[in-house]
Design a protein around this ligand. Sequence first.
Ligand code: NAI
Length: 399
Amino acid sequence: MIIEPIINGVVAKTAHPEGCQQAVKNQINYSKHHQQIHNGPKRVLIIGASSGFGLAARVALTFGGAQADTIGVSFERGPGEKGVGTAGWYNNIYFRQQAEAEGRIAHNIIGDAFSTSVKEQVLKLINQDFGGQVDLVVYSLATGMRPDPETGEMWRSCLKTVGTPFSGKTVNLEKNRLDTVELEVANDAEILATEKVMGGEDWEEWIHWLKQHNALAKGVKTVAFSYIGPEVTYPIYHDGTLGRAKKHLYRTAESLNEQLAAENGGAWVSVCKALVTKASVFIPAFSPYVLCLYQVMKQMGLHETCIEQMQRLFSENLYQKNAVPVDSSRLIRIDDWELRPDVQQAVNKLMGELNDDNFTKIGDYAGYKKEFLQLNGFGFDEVDYQKPVELSDLMAMKP
Ligand code: NAI
């Protein structure tokens, strides 16, 4: 069969395995040839390891100087009756192959990170191959739902405002146009549910569970990710339901940090740059800002994707010689280039000019769409997309 890109709104319905392999290779190549991570962790657990920041963290830690062994947890679908499977499925496979070729351990656990059975599988592997402990836990889940452990009922996060409604434009990747979206005001139950799904509670449960099982090494570090952005995006993100969840994440980091500091460890939230990922394209009314940001940061030579961000996080921040550099709220700020006044001034100017007719010229729509396609294995010059792919070959590859 020939695999074509099929996009439904902002969701990719297909993925190209060879293109995913190329994407992983490109990230590895970047990590190998940029500032290396010194004194990095050797045994790492990554929760949300198959795409976006989690995958990039895994690549950076394995190939960017630390030579870490990793266990990656993710929720992905393999090939079968429903199609070829998700990009993250193939990212896991090709990451493992490349890591093993260089003598590293790379285990993939596919399942629900909120479940006890996944925690048990992780612990088994930590005991089997990591001498019973991890040096770093990267928490990089992005999801829309989480089961309540008491009742089994689902909490569902929502992307809404808090206080005042907001109307804006959003990119439709399928139709290559801007659609108008209205963000409604969330009620208290929706705010709480979003905090439950995207806040820090599950991160804390993971750390507590690992601690209870004596699986945290002395000096263990843990990091989770957030976004803040400039004021123009506050109604959508920082002051919306997602922002509320992120504030919960910051409080969790403080409490975890106190607990881990006793053993010379620590917990941090790293605030990252706005990027095209499987999760971020869902955020309504956010894409016009990203189009303008991409345009400006590329022109200024400041554009980074997940791998550049993660290589910088570990080499210059989390594992540099001195104390981890943080802002007054103890957040690591690798969104510093995005928020530079000259960048934001130029972005504001473009946003003032952007409309339904000119967004592909004023903003970096071509770059935005290319990154989206490449997340799903499409749009790589190195890949022959006309070469047929056998489903049975794909099914024979195990994560
Ligand atoms: P992503 O969608 O690329 O990756 C999410 C990962 O979570 C995948 O590996 C997926 O398999 C895994 N996952 C989802 N539900 C799961 C479940 N129930 N069990 C196991 N694994 C599950 O997302 P992205 O964008 O890398 O997001 C990661 C974190 O970075 C999030 O906290 C997000 O808020 C944050 N962030 C994202 C930014 C962006 O612009 N994309 C900017 C700043 C922060």
